[in-house]
Structures are given as structure tokens and as C-alpha cells.
Design a protein around this ligand. Structure first.
Ligand code: HEC
Length: 145
């Protein structure tokens, strides 16, 4: 379902009664995408991305422990690309998904359809989706070291 996306995490308590220890577990849960302003890359980032990538972009959000694949450190995108921010690559990752997901399965959500769904019913849905992806991309640029 395009308008549901893995962004929330639930922390549960697993009690091992025999030993009297409690272990915290984290599981991902699919929730409907919450509406945000398409004008603010920062607010969208905090609402949709920080659970996995962390507020600072370094990949240590609270849901990261529930993933098999570590969320990419988003502060080194430019450094990893010879000092140049890989703008069109990021735009395409957000619209269509990660090209070659590690471990073959995609834990990084595909954002295009979910962001599009926020404007569903409107004739502007596609241009607002583009605006959202462009502003998210622009925000990631500001996180570069
Ligand atoms: C459910 C956890 C999760 C959420 C939420 C999430 N990501 Fe990711 N992201 C990942 C994981 C895991 C990877 C590493 C994927 C891989 O290498 O297979 C990743 C990779 C990336 C990459 C690098 C992809 C590449 O191929 O270079 C970018 C850029 C990115 N995420 C941006 C975002 C943005 C922007 C958002 C919010 C709109 C977001 N992510 C939300 C888990 C998440």
C-alpha cells in the first residue's frame, strides 16, 4: 500500500522471568504517512527519515536497531562522492528507491508513491511530490560535513 510506510518503531519489553532480566526489543511497524508541509525539507526529514537515519543524519535513529541493514550515514554523501553532493542520485533514490539494496531486500522505503499519496485527489499531486523530493534532497545537502 503506497500510503503506508515503515516509519514508526515500537519498543516492547521482553521479560525473561526466570532470570529476572528484561530486554527491550524494537520492531518496525507500518503506519500511514503523516501530512507535512512540502515547503520544509527539515520538517519532512524529521517526520519521515529521522526514525532510521537519526536527527543528525548519521544513521543512528531509534528504529535503526530493528534493521538488518544499517541506515546510510547521510552526512557523508558528498565525501563518498568525491566531494560533490550526488543530487540526481539522491532524487532518484527518494523517488524510485535504492538501486542495489544491500542484502537484496529493500529496507529503505520507496518514498515517491508515499509522498504522492499525500496529495492524492489533487491535480497538483505530481508537482507537490516533486517539490517534496526536491526539498528533502536540498535538506540532505545542508547535512553534509
Ligand atoms: C525504515 C528505515 C528508513 C527510513 C524511515 C528511511 N531510510 Fe533511508 N535508508 C535506510 C537504509 C536501511 C538504507 C541503506 C539501504 C541499502 O544500502 O540497502 C538507507 C539509505 C538511504 C540513502 C542512500 C541510498 C543510496 O543508494 O545512496 C539515502 C539518500 C536515504 N536513505 C535517504 C532517506 C530519506 C531522505 C528518508 C526520509 C524521506 C529516509 N531515507 C528514510 C533506511 C531508512
Amino acid at each position: 500500500m503506497p500510503n503506508r510506510i515503515h516509519v514508526a518503531f515500537v519498543a516492547g519489553l521482553l521479560a525473561a522471568a526466570a532470570f529476572g532480566i528484561a530486554q527491550t526489543t524494537t520492531q518496525l511497524k507500518e503506519v500511514p504517512i503523516t501530512p507535512t508541509s512540502p515547503a520544509s525539507g527539515k520538517l519532512m526529514y524529521n517526520a519521515y527519515c529521522a526514525t532510521c537515519h537519526g536527527l543528525d543524519g548519521k544513521g543512528n535513529g531509534p528504529a535503526a536497531v530493528a534493521l538488518k541493514q544499517e541506515p546510510t550515514d547521510l552526512t557523508t554523501l558528498s565525501r563518498e562522492n568525491g566531494g560533490k553532493f550526488p543530487e540526481s542520485h539522491i532524487y532518484s533514490v527518494l523517488k524510485f528507491g535504492v538501486e542495489t539494496p544491500a542484502h537484496g531486500n529493500q529496507e529503505m522505503p520507496v518514498w515517491g508513491p508515499a509522498l504522492h499519496s499525500l496529495g492524492s485527489g489533487s491535480t497538483m499531486a505530481s508537482s507537490v511530490e516533486q517539490q517534496r523530493i526536491a526539498n528533502l534532497t536540498r535538506y540532505l545537502r545542508t547535512l553534509q560535513q
